[in-house]
Design a protein around this ligand. Structure first.
Ligand code: C2O
Length: 553
């Protein structure tokens, strides 16, 4: 197999949005960052030169990293940061995966601007027949006027919620609903009658998004680099860390402008007025009278994307996620574990913590926000957990401590804070399993604030979402209703707000794998743990040794 090589220089670049210039952290001066496109089976080498006076790490989100955890990237989980002036080369093989993924920085809040598409072309032809005219990347992000590392620091110091971004963006562009942004509007030409592949990526820090294109329907064919049974929908819902590939046929009769607006809007939103949360772009049909116009029509606000769900449209969100099913074909069978060796039930919780004595907490009722899984708020250690594990492998590696069941009683039948337990301890307890374990993890939302989904991301493995529901998970009844035939295969599950999701994983990748909420503020608050898979028999079931240029702490 060939090796594809990339060079990523982390550097500052002056970028202007919403009438204001700022120094933005970028890869190779690009925003969004460069696209990585490889073929299934390729070896990949990405040489990262850190040219800024800050630490960094990069993560290839959704790449399995079989036995190469050293290249996974989350700071203090699989590696120490790459310091200013240092270089580190991420080396891994893209085995048995194909589709749309993303890459992003995995240090502090750097992924606010350091992100891009990671595309894997399949070995076999696509399992859908429409000839594809062209691929169109649609990457959602946020625009901040502040330095996002500072936003995180302030948030952690005060116990308050974070400052919010000024805009959502499509491919780095806010679109015409934001001030000074007419020229910063994503527009793409299409030809009547042709079919396009949209590679949709949610790289935003903190919100689930709805997305639709006026008058057009979208056919979902793949999520998180796993094929799905194709289905047609007026809109999609996509959480941070998730990717969705859809087919779009340009089959509408355009008016004299030739333009159809597309828009993405947040799911949770009580804090955002409409125009601050909606990013808009355009499809422009070729050979219409306006072909040479480069501007959107004069009154973008009058343009309606009627098929875009309203904020907080939970019925749409639920219906949409329930439609996603694995393709489960002979070429791409669904390998969901039919039986399990172990079930871990974990609360995922946004909660309040008493204010430390020497501080004034302005978070809420004199307390500060924290988040936890099974009442542990995860604190990253000062050296990488993977290194500690590797050094101890002869004595069995890191041992298991993460509770298998919620340690404190809860009754979460509707987000009632008086029944919510807020016990929080701070630490690094992890889930440890032998190689080859079929594990089920039930993620139970017990958040004090019941306002959004939690997109839980597991590194190093894909999982199958065998069940979801609202309210309390019922261990006696719910497993009987699981889908063990064609559950969606993903790397990030949006746990329904005030509900639960059960995921099954075949733990066949030795190493240490971060599990966390992909809402960046929740990761900072500790909504995370790690999952350790011990070595199995022989070299093919063992973690490789660390590369010589691995940064040290
Ligand atoms: Cu996309 Cu741990 O992250």
């Amino acid at each position: 197999q060939p090796t594809k090589r990339f060079q990523f220089n982390l550097e500052w670049k002056k970028v202007t949005r919403l009438c204001k210039a700022k120094q933005l952290l970028t890869v190779n001066g690009q925003f969004p960052g460069p696209t990585i496109a490889v073929n299934e089976g390729d070896n990949v080498e990405i040489k990262v030169n850190n040219r800024i006076a800050k630490n960094t790490t990069l993560h290839w989100h959704g790449i399995r990293q079989l036995r190469t955890g050293w290249a996974d990237g989350p700071a203090y989980v699989t590696q120490c940061p790459i310091r200013g002036g240092q270089t580190y080369t991420y080396r891994f093989t893209v085995a048995d995966q194909r589709g749309t993924l993303l890459w992003h920085a995995h240090y502090a809040w750097q992924r606010a601007s350091v992100y891009g598409a990671f595309i894997i072309y399949p070995r076999l032809p696509y399992p859908f027949s429409a000839p594809i005219q062209e691929e169109i990347p649609i990457i959602f992000g946020e625009w901040w006027d502040l330095d996002t590392d500072e936003v995180e620091k302030t948030m952690m110091a005060t116990g308050e919620g974070p400052a919010i971004s000024l805009a959502y963006t499509i491919n780095g562009l806010p679109g015409p609903l934001f001030p000074c942004s007419n020229k910063d509007t994503f527009t793409h030409m299409v030809e009547y009658g042709k079919t396009y592949m949209l590679r949709i990526i949610n790289a935003a820090l903190n919100d689930e998004l709805f997305f639709a294109i006026a008058k057009h329907s979208l056919t979902v064919v793949e999520v998180d680099a796993a094929y799905t049974k194709p289905f047609t929908t007026p809109a999609i819902m996509i959480a941070p860390g998730q990717t969705t590939t859809v087919l779009l046929t340009a089959n509408q009769v355009p008016d004299s402008t030739g333009m159809f607006p597309m828009a993405a809007r947040t799911y949770l939103t009580s804090v955002f007025p409409f125009d601050n949360s909606t990013t808009m772009g355009f499809l422009q049909y070729k050979n219409t009278r306006s072909t040479r116009r480069t501007k959107y029509p004069v009154h973008p606000r009058s343009l309606k994307v009627d098929n875009l769900p309203q904020m907080e449209d939970t019925p749409f969100a639920t219906k949409f996620s329930n439609k996603i099913r694995s393709l489960a074909s002979p070429e791409y069978p669904c390998n969901v574990p039919k039986t399990i060796d172990k079930r871990v039930i974990s609360t995922i919780s946004l909660n309040l913590q008493d204010c430390p004595k020497n501080k004034t907490c302005t978070g809420y009722m004199g307390k500060s926000f924290f988040a936890s899984m099974n009442n542990q708020s995860f604190v990253r250690p000062s050296t990488s957990i993977l290194e500690t594990h590797y050094k101890n492998i002869s004595s069995g590696g890191i041992s298991s401590e993460f509770p298998e069941k919620p340690p404190h009683a809860f009754d979460y039948t509707g987000g009632n804070p008086s029944t919510q337990n807020m016990n929080t301890e701070f630490g690094q307890k992890v889930i440890v399993v032998p190689y080859g374990t079929n594990i089920e993890i039930v993620l139970q939302d017990t958040s004090f604030l019941n306002v959004e989904n939690h997109p839980i991301h597991v590194h190093g493995h894909n999982f199958f979402i065998v069940g979801t529901g609202f309210g309390n998970f019922n261990e006696a009844k719910d497993p009987a209703k699981y889908n063990l035939v064609d559950p969606p295969e993903r790397n990030t599950v949006a746990v329904p707000m005030g509900g639960w999701a059960a995921i099954r994983i075949k733990a066949d990748n030795p190493g240490v794998w971060f599990i966390h909420c992909h809402l960046e503020e929740h990761t900072s608050w500790g909504l995370a743990t790690a999952f350790v898979v011990q070595n199995g028999q022989g070299p093919s079931q063992s973690l490789l040794p660390p590369p010589p240029d691995l940064p040290s702490c």
